[in-house]
Ligand binder design. Structure first.
Ligand code: PYL
Ligand code: MG
Length: 264
């Protein structure tokens, strides 16, 4: 999995505001509204212990401080532990954390100690970016294109199938594609199908995965990016609305997904 860099996390507050405005304009809801609707939960100042983890490539200098900003923005009470790793875990639980957040190079998780709910950033990110794409108010059908069927794309495609969308998907890895066709019932898509979409959820670690033949005149592309799959010239030519930021939306989804909701 591609690792975030401090450059990716610069101006996170500006990226959040800009994306929240776009999301509100194209779906009618802001990020909070989408999370509440998606999970049926609302933050209530739960204590979130954020633990730096030194394994693998080690600490990303602004990662835990970015998480603290996000956690507090959405109405939780956050703290970053003084120590990393096991000592940090002990510290967080001892200080009364309701939710633990920590990431090594493979999994970034949120774990609610009070209700045992646990989620990975892959799943939470795939679900919310796919959900945002599916809420495009100018869409004129339930057809939606998913590009990339790795851990993020698969989670998003699964969510869209459950919501009753006509999910078309592609992935250069034939095994990933066959798995999603067999397990989820998605329709395989290739760009020479000439079918165009007004809603696209892109979840690949590559640039320029979206080509002209795929998108309608008005189109919403929703992606966790890094890099962006939409070539800028196509974005301009087709007046594409692009929802893309590196961490905030995925973390909001993680937090709301582990809260207790009324019917669970
Ligand atoms: C969660 C991000 C989204 C994309 N890639 C994921 C990533 O960069 N994971 C690695 C996070 C490592 C954090 C480091 C620290 O500072 O605690 N262990
Ligand atoms: Mg994100």
């Amino acid at each position: 999995m591609a690792l975030l860099t401090p450059q990716d996390l610069e101006n996170l507050s500006t990226q959040l505001e800009e994306n929240d405005e776009i999301i509100k304009r194209v779906t009618g809801l802001d990020i909070r509204g989408i999370c509440e609707d998606l999970y049926g939960t609302k933050p209530d100042s739960q204590k979130v212990g954020i633990i730096p983890i030194t394994s693998g490539n080690g600490i990303i200098s602004t990662f835990t401080s970015s998480l603290l900003f996000i956690v507090e923005y959405f109405g939780f009470e956050g703290f970053v532990t003084e120590h990393p790793d096991v000592t940090g875990y002990y510290e967080a639980v001892s200080q009364g954390a309701d939710i633990i957040m920590m990431a090594d190079d493979h999994i970034f998780t949120a774990h609610n100690l009070r209700n045992e709910k646990i989620v990975s950033n892959h799943v939470a990110t795939g679900v919310i970016y796919a959900d945002i794409a599916s809420r495009f108010t100018e869409a004129n059908s339930k057809d939606i294109l998913v590009i990339g069927l790795g851990r993020v794309g698969y989670a998003g495609a699964s969510h869209l199938m459950k919501k009753g969308f006509n999910v078309y998907a592609c992935d250069p890895n034939r095994e990933f594609l066959q798995k999603a066709v067999g397990e989820l019932g998605i329709k395989p898509y290739c760009s020479d199908d000439r079918k165009k979409f007004s809603m696209v959820f892109e979840a690949t670690p590559n640039a320029d995965t979206i080509s002209e033949g795929m998108i309608e005149e008005r189109c919403l592309v929703s992606t966790p990016g890094i890099p962006c799959g939409l070539p800028p010239e196509i974005g301009k030519k087709y007046r594409v609305d692009l929802v893309m930021e590196p961490l905030v939306i995925g973390v909001a989804s993680m937090l709301y997904s582990v809260l207790q909701n009324g019917n669970s």
